[in-house]
Unconditional design. Structure first.
Length: 232
């Protein structure tokens, strides 16, 4: 199993609020977000990793390139316009094996990732981690049916009980659909997931415990408090 990390965003909401640190390097209880994700991926069994960072974050690139990680990490340094483009840049490194896909700003307990993987492998397909904890300005809502199949994403979702938790499990065949999605003018992961559902592509979900997206200064404190009272 491989791991892919999307860390090319500019963290505009944080920077507008006066946070000067690159988002992936923001520390949660003494550990940068990017370190937390890489360590979690390795603990979950990933044996190879790839991460994309933007060209305006030289300190992040240096940190990733100069640190010894528990799994080989390929670092792609490229500024992209959107999350789907970032995902496409990592696609060449992800073929041949199932992979975990992470957004760098999701703070979660390792136990949640472990349980997610157990469920994802039981389903044996492409799986989104979902949570009931909703504290985001632009949450990605997902509806599921009794078989745990995803039946609606984003604007199509009606129940709005679950949102994506920031990590996902995919079979490599899903990479073949990125070109089709881009040809349609899609430009984000949320649009890509919606495209998969509308295309009838098998997409399932596993519910996990609370995760926190670090998008605002107050999210940093919330994440630190959450992680202080549970197994990392």
């Amino acid at each position: 199993m491989k791991a892919a990390i999307l860390a090319a965003g500019k963290g505009e909401r944080l920077s507008k609020a006066g946070v000067e640190t690159d988002k992936p390097l923001i520390s949660i209880n003494g550990r940068p977000l990017i370190e937390r994700v890489i360590q979690a991926a390795a603990s979950a069994g990933a044996t190879d990793g790839a991460c994309i960072v933007n060209e305006e974050s030289p300190s992040l690139y240096r940190y990733l390139s100069s640190t010894t990680w528990p799994l080989p990490m390929r670092v792609v340094r490229k500024s992209t316009n959107n999350s789907l483009e970032s995902f496409a840049c990592l696609a060449p490194f992800l073929r041949g094996e199932p992979f975990l896909l992470f957004t760098v700003d999701a703070v979660f307990r390792l136990s949640a990732l472990t349980r997610f993987l157990i469920g994802a492998r039981r389903l044996g397909s492409n799986v989104l981690a979902l949570t009931r904890f909703i504290d985001d300005e632009k949450p990605l809502y997902v509806d599921i049916d009794p078989r745990h199949a995803v039946c609606a994403v984003d604007g199509d979702a009606i129940a709005r009980r679950y949102v994506t938790a920031g990590f996902y499990y995919f079979e490599p065949a899903v990479l073949d659909l990125i070109a089709d999605a881009r040809a349609l003018g899609l430009n984000s992961l949320r649009q890509f997931f919606r495209f998969l559902v509308r295309s009838g592509y098998p997409l399932f979900a596993v519910r996990v415990s609370k995760t926190i997206d670090v998008d605002r200064p107050e999210d940093i404190e919330a994440a630190e408090n959450y992680m202080a009272f549970g197994k990392v």
